[in-house]
Ligand binder design. Structure first.
Ligand SMILES: *Cc1c(COP(=O)(O)O)cnc(C)c1O
Length: 480
């Protein structure tokens, strides 16, 4: 506590400090947002720079709250990335809509514990409503259960935890209750494009990262013939991870064909990673990419990417609520519900106490509605397709894949250069674009070859921003 907030000072007296702290934060936040299209998008600050800026012992004495906030911004500035702006095409990041930002700030101010109904009926009911709205937005079955999470990694964990419960029941035990020790490995099948976060979730769940039997991909999509062969060689309950929106290309597995194969075999759980790909479901123009998703048992997605709410935010859906609860329910005398209570969110998620993340989602969906999100998703995909068309028409550039959604990966391919030279050039051009700081793209490797990735998932990216991206690629690649 600062000198002015001694133990004797009352909460009412501290209101002045809340005021000045929030005012300082608001002013600095608006300064950041106001300069976002003028400042360099990237910073590329080294560890050395950031240690010099921030690393020091715990301060002995305090300072005023507004001064502390201003001091952090001043010192950390070299490392603050312009990722909330419309010309940031790196990874899959997304920005923050005004409504989402306001909702998130309010969530911190009212500081509700969204774990239990009793701790915040408002938070618990809002969470139930945003899960309903998200199912409606993506045309998912209304009766599915859901969970608000911190991102798609945790959403993968939630869906796969329910899968683990199901598989262990098939094998005659309860994984959450008894653990996995002494039981056979539960096979997981996915394509070579399984996201690193799904493997991470399998590791955390004790299913094991190495439980995954990999089916090769053809152009970013699971090879169905090999899948059927591997499926025929597995015994007992099997978990399949389908990919809806592969991270380098935005490709979708054929979910109906996978579900057909699983239906013929029986004794299978289909989990779908739709971290950003699920958003195709917000548009009747692109919903067909997800055909068959309604046959999944669990689906994982992200809020902080294409929904454009602040970090951290994600959501998961599970067909069978009983399995979700059997994975995560917790009991304690001091946690008993009172008469008239609604459901406690904590029984459907890994945490107990938790941030009221649903408020930012509620405000975002309330402010933009179904039509606003549909238009935003379509704008992003149209921008991506326009960029992809430009790449394929420009001599010296080549797409690595057909780019069906909002991710475009491409290579620098001048005539006369061999593939190794093209790799080196592609990596160099990506770095040159990052250093220039007009736009931000990130490097990747696709089918063994270097590529540059551009992801289109910011709510406010315009065709003018896409024109800047094209100009930057041309400049960095030395194209006429
Ligand atoms: C981003 C992503 C994840 C992981 O999501 P986080 O939000 O980083 O936890 C999982 N799967 C896919 C396909 C992704 O793009």
């Amino acid at each position: 506590m600062t000198d002015t907030a001694t133990p004797e000072s009352s909460f009412t007296q501290a209101l002045d400090q809340y005021h000045s702290a929030l005012e300082a934060a608001q002013e600095l936040a608006l300064e950041h947002l106001g300069a976002i299209t003028e400042r360099p998008v990237s910073t590329l600050a080294t560890w050395e720079t950031m240690r010099a800026a921030l690393d020091e012992p715990l301060p002995e004495s305090g300072t005023a709250p507004d001064a502390a906030i201003a001091e952090w911004v001043e010192r950390a500035a070299p490392g603050i990335v312009g990722s909330t702006g419309p010309r940031f095409f790196g990874w899959v990041i997304g920005g923050v809509t005004p409504a989402a930002l306001g909702g998130d700030w309010l969530a911190a101010a009212i500081d509700q514990n969204a774990g239990m109904w009793g701790a915040s009926p408002a938070a618990a009911q809002t969470e139930a409503v945003v899960l309903r709205w998200l199912k409606e937005l993506f045309a998912l079955p209304a009766e599915w259960a859901g969970a608000v999470t911190s991102g798609a990694t945790m959403s993968n964990l939630v869906g796969l935890a329910a899968a683990r419960q199901w598989a262990s029941e098939q094998l005659g035990f309860n994984a959450a209750e008894d653990g996995l020790a002494g039981h056979p490995v539960i096979p997981v099948i996915s394509s070579s494009d399984i996201h690193a976060s799904a493997r991470k979730a399998l590791g955390n769940l004790g299913l094991g990262r190495s439980a995954v039997r990999i089916v090769p991909s053809i152009n970013g999509r699971l090879d169905l013939a090999v899948f059927e062969e591997i499926l025929a060689r597995t015994d007992g309950p099997v978990i399949v991870v389908g990919n809806a929106g592969e991270v380098n290309t935005g490709q979708f597995d054929d979910l109906n064909a996978i579900a057909d194969a699983l239906e013929r075999r029986g004794n299978a759980w289909l989990h779908v990673d739709g971290a950003f790909g699920l958003f195709a479901g917000a548009s009747p123009r692109f919903r067909h990419l997800l055909n068959g998703i309604e046959r999944a048992d669990s689906v994982a997605s992200d809020g902080h990417k294409w929904l454009n709410v602040p970090y951290d935010s994600g959501f998961a859906f599970v067909r069978d609520e009983r399995l979700l609860r059997s994975a995560f329910s917790a009991a304690g005398a001091y946690l008993a519900p009172a008469a008239g209570d609604g459901p406690d969110p904590m029984h459907s998620v890994p945490e107990m106490s938790r941030r009221f993340r649903a408020l930012a989602i509620w405000c975002a969906l309330r402010a933009d509605g179904r039509s606003g999100y549909r238009a935003m998703v379509e704008r992003c995909i149209d921008n991506a397709h326009d960029f992809a068309d430009w790449v394929s028409e420009t001599p010296g550039l080549a797409l690595v894949n057909s780019a069906p959604l909002n991710i475009v990966s491409f290579r620098i391919t001048p005539d006369g250069a061999d593939e190794e030279e093209r790799d080196a050039l592609t990596r160099a051009v990506c770095r040159r674009i990052q250093e220039q700081g007009e736009v931000f793209v990130t490097p990747t490797v696709w089918e063994g070859r270097a590529a540059i990735r551009a992801a289109f998932d910011h709510w406010a990216t315009t065709t003018a921003d896409v024109a800047v991206l094209k100009a930057e690629v041309k400049r960095a690649a030395g194209l006429p």
